[in-house]
Design a protein around this ligand. Structure first.
Ligand code: AMP
Length: 305
């Protein structure tokens, strides 16, 4: 079995310098699972309210995502309102309506419990922990979070971070969580909590991956048109963990390759609003952009002068 992911399935209202989307499909688990579904089987754990249209569920199903763990309960769906200025690297949260998330009691279907890969996407860390405890013997656990939970539930978040193999986090949030301005020191202190790897997302500057004794840097793909960065982080994580689950290769080389697949997926997602670009993406395009990435970062080894 592939990946189990818990996170938000949401309505987003997003404003960027290039347009505005009102009540569009969003959520950390939505972006993650759509992206990962290009590489492996994905089983979703999330909650929505009565207002959530069947059309969105049908979209997830059309990507072969298992929605047995998607609960629909009385109340309104989680709603995030955010804004981006010309610096598209940092979202400004204008409003967060937790709604049905406050009543959510994730109970994993039996068929989810032997998942080999578990991704705890951005959601209340207490819910991340509840899901983590129900998966029997995962080969790899990774997680994400954001400033909202770092400020409101730091102790619960720390408990989660101590139980995972890979932490994927934004640059600003790594600094916020550790209180450390220098990113290398911030990375060291997150790794000291017990995870093996930390992947720091840096928007248009790409990602840095730290272990206790190595650093790997990958650029972001230089795009001429970026419309909406919402979901770039989750789409990155979906490509990254999705590709890992596909190959099962958790060697350093295998993980580095997966990082590039994550970066490729994020580069597509930002080209249009909500999940519009993902909806019309083909695997052929993914492979072609992976090759462009390779040539972008390939250069001759040092030669003697
Ligand atoms: P990102 O990949 O970081 O751009 O994530 C964007 C997604 O995160 C949006 O579609 C939102 O619905 C979702 N989101 C925003 N705030 C939260 C939150 N506090 N907890 C979980 N998901 C959130």
């Amino acid at each position: 079995m592939g990946i189990v992911v818990v996170g938000t399935v949401a309505f987003d209202t997003v404003e960027t310098p290039f347009g505005r989307g009102e009540n569009v499909l969003g959520g950390s688990a939505t972006y993650f699972s759509t992206s990962a579904s290009f590489f492996t089987d994905v089983s979703l754990v999330a909650v929505v309210g009565e207002d959530f249209p069947q059309e969105h569920v049908e979209f997830l199903k059309s990507r072969q995502i298992n929605t047995e763990g998607l609960q629909q309960i009385p109340g309104k769906t989680f709603h995030w309102t955010g804004k981006y200025g010309y610096d598209l690297n940092e979202a400004q949260t204008l409003d967060t309506q937790l709604n049905v998330l406050m009543e959510f009691n994730p109970k994993l279907p039996q068929s989810y419990r032997n998942a080999e890969y578990l991704f705890l996407a951005n959601i209340d860390p207490d819910l991340q922990m509840q899901v983590l405890e129900q998966v029997e013997n995962p080969k790899l656990i990774a997680c994400d979070t954001m400033n909202f939970w770092i400020s409101s539930k730091p102790e619960a978040l720390e408990r989660v971070l101590k139980k995972v193999d890979i932490v994927v986090i934004n640059e600003g949030e790594a600094r916020q969580f550790t209180g450390e301005a220098n990113l290398v020191k911030a990375a060291r202190s997150i790794i000291a909590l017990g995870c093996k790897r930390l992947v720091v997302k840096r928007g248009e500057y790409g990602v840095l991956m730290f272990t206790a004794d190595s650093v790997f840097a990958a650029p972001a793909y230089p795009l001429e048109e970026v419309f909406d960065p919402t979901g770039a982080g989750d789409t990155f994580a979906g490509g990254f963990i999705g590709y890992l689950a596909n190959t099962g290769d958790t060697s350093e080389e295998g993980i580095r390759q997966a990082i590039i697949f994550g970066s490729v997926m994020a580069s597509f997602n930002v080209e249009d609003f909500s999940l519009e670009r993902m909806k019309r993406l083909s695997y052929g395009e993914i492979e072609a952009r992976y090759k462009s990435f390779k040539s972008l970062t390939s250069f001759r080894d040092i030669t003697t002068l």
